[in-house]
Design a protein around this ligand. Structure first.
Ligand code: ADP
Ligand code: MG
Ligand code: ZN
Length: 473
């Protein structure tokens, strides 16, 4: 990245809502079926048909807006956005123009910078073009699937900020249950607007818009490429042309799709087939009350209530089911951090895949994890034994009560430890001689003997201290 130039970016993110039925008809929104099987006269736009707004779409969009601190419009409406393209049989998309459902929201990033959200509006998705063996086909199953479009102000100053925003947006929508946000299935797609300006300059540069990005890797690569391209143009004394770009994944370059388009090109006008969308203050407050604890709130609570590091707290908050599991395991522990370490360390590495973590596919229940952490806390087992027990729990699904014998859990108190240290000293005069002769290492043999005698339950550091005390000349 060039040191003399600053990146400026704004995002328009489309999120497919996971309502059962489409936005203006009762066709299913299910993904992955045979092409053109989820269609009816309304969603393929036959003349004479009338759309009827699915109220669940309004509710989901308002909940998304509330989660992003937006103002909700009590009066809103649908408009027609006119353009001709084969994926849009009506030749207009029903969207919202000047009265979006939500406005003026924000998201605070971990570096403290606030990204302002200009608006969130609802609209219908278009169909999908499928290119196969030199032919192009069209699948209208996606046509009429409800979308929300979330538009930020040009407030991003780095690729990392964009990544954090998209990740958090995705997680927030999942917490709300309004969308599964599967980027690989296209249920979350971003248009990234980018410009550059000399550092310290107040005015924005001319922007380009990279359309339809649906992977974090490609968002980052495309932004890097586009930033350098614009900087090089300016350095060469040329100008950036405002245009819409596509990122060519294979070639790793952005390429022009179309030139500057003005809003009026779409000849927006109110859709005369749809009534005004009215929402009462009471309904908005009910929806606000229905919001779950959101990712940032959960992470802050985990850090405050359980003493986790911000990174660990955020990691657990990424997997809501694991977060609930942890809440259950942590209840009543003096040091919940131990349980968190077991979970984030050994358990997560065993779960491996993202989907296993998302499903919280742990073979034993939260109580078993709680019990294991409690045994460590009470000094009944040491960390080494706890870790090997945890491996067995992961193998068998059994709890520590079943895997540890009474003898395993017999507490090694101070008196017992001293007794065992004395025995170790008596049994190994050679090691004692070595240690007294200045070989620090010889002590390890004695510590090892104590650990063996307790089958790993003693605290090695404590044993070392007692042994040194006993061997003091
Ligand atoms: P339009 O109405 O032409 O789509 P908007 O003003 O709505 O333009 O902006 C679209 C997106 O582009 C927004 O996300 C906004 O933050 C972003 N944007 C606007 N100007 C710039 C700029 N100079 N550099 C980067 N992004 C910008
Ligand atoms: Mg735009
Ligand atoms: Zn339909």
């Amino acid at each position: 990245m060039s040191r003399e130039y600053e990146l400026v970016a704004g995002l328009e993110t489309h999120v497919e809502l996971s309502t059962k039925t489409k936005i203006f008809c009762s066709c299913t929104t299910a993904f992955g079926s045979e092409p053109n099987t989820h269609c009816c006269p309304v969603c393929i736009g036959l003349p004479g048909t009338l759309p009827k707004l699915n109220r669940q779409v309004v509710r989901s969009a308002i909940r998304a807006g509330l989660a992003l601190d937006c103002q909700i419009s009590e009066i809103s409406k649908m408009d027609r956005k006119n353009y001709v393209y084969p994926d849009l049989p009506k030749a207009y998309q029903i969207s919202q123009f000047d009265k979006p459902l939500c406005r003026d929201g924000s998201m605070e990033l971990s570096n403290g910078r606030v990204i302002r959200i200009n608006r969130i509006h609802i609209e219908e998705d278009a169909g999908k073009l499928v290119h196969e063996q030199g032919d192009t086909f069209v699948d209208y199953n996606r046509g009429g699937v409800p979308l929300i479009e979330i538009v930020t102000e040009p407030d991003f100053r780095s690729i990392d900020e964009v990544k954090e925003y998209v990740e958090r947006l995705q997680l927030t929508m999942k917490y709300l249950g309004v969308s599964d946000c599967k980027m690989e299935e296209g249920s979350l797609r971003c248009d990234v607007n980018i410009s550059v300006r000399p550092k310290g300059s107040a005015a924005f540069g001319t922007r380009t818009e990279i359309k339809n990005m649906n992977s974090f890797t490609y968002i980052a690569r495309a932004m890097e490429y586009e930033f350098s391209r614009q900087v090089e143009l300016l350095e060469a004394g040329e100008t950036v042309v405002q245009e819409t770009l596509r990122y060519d994944v294979a070639a790793g370059v952005t390429e022009s799709m179309r030139g500057k388009e003005d809003a009026q090109d779409y000849r927006y006008f109110r859709d005369p087939d749809l009534v005004t969308i009215l929402t009462t203050g009471e309904e908005i407050e009910q929806l606000r009350a229905s919001l779950p604890e959101l990712p940032a709130q959960k992470a802050a609570r985990f850090a405050g209530q359980y003493g986790l590091s911000p990174a660990d707290a955020a990691l657990l908050a990424r997997y809501p089911r694991c977060a609930d599991y942890f809440d259950e395991a942590a209840a009543g522990l003096a040091k919940p951090k131990t349980a968190a370490n077991f979970l984030i360390g050994q358990v997560f590495s065993r779960l491996g895949s993202e989907s296993a973590k998302e499903a919280c596919a742990i073979p034993f229940d939260a109580k078993a994890l709680h019990d294991l952490a409690a045994l460590v806390e009470e000094g009944k087992i040491n960390m080494g034994l706890a870790k090997s027990t945890l491996e067995k729990m992961l193998d068998s699904g059994k709890g520590p009560g079943e895997l540890l014998s009474a003898a395993d859990m017999e507490a090694v108190d101070d008196a017992k430890l001293t007794e065992l240290c004395r025995a170790a000293i008596e049994a190994d005069p050679k090691a004692v001689e070595g240690y007294l002769g200045g070989k620090e290492k010889a002590l390890q043999a004695l510590i090892g003997a104590v650990m063996r005698a307790t089958r790993g339950r003693a605290n090695a550091a404590a044993a070392e201290k007692v042994l040194k005390g006993l061997l003091q000349p």
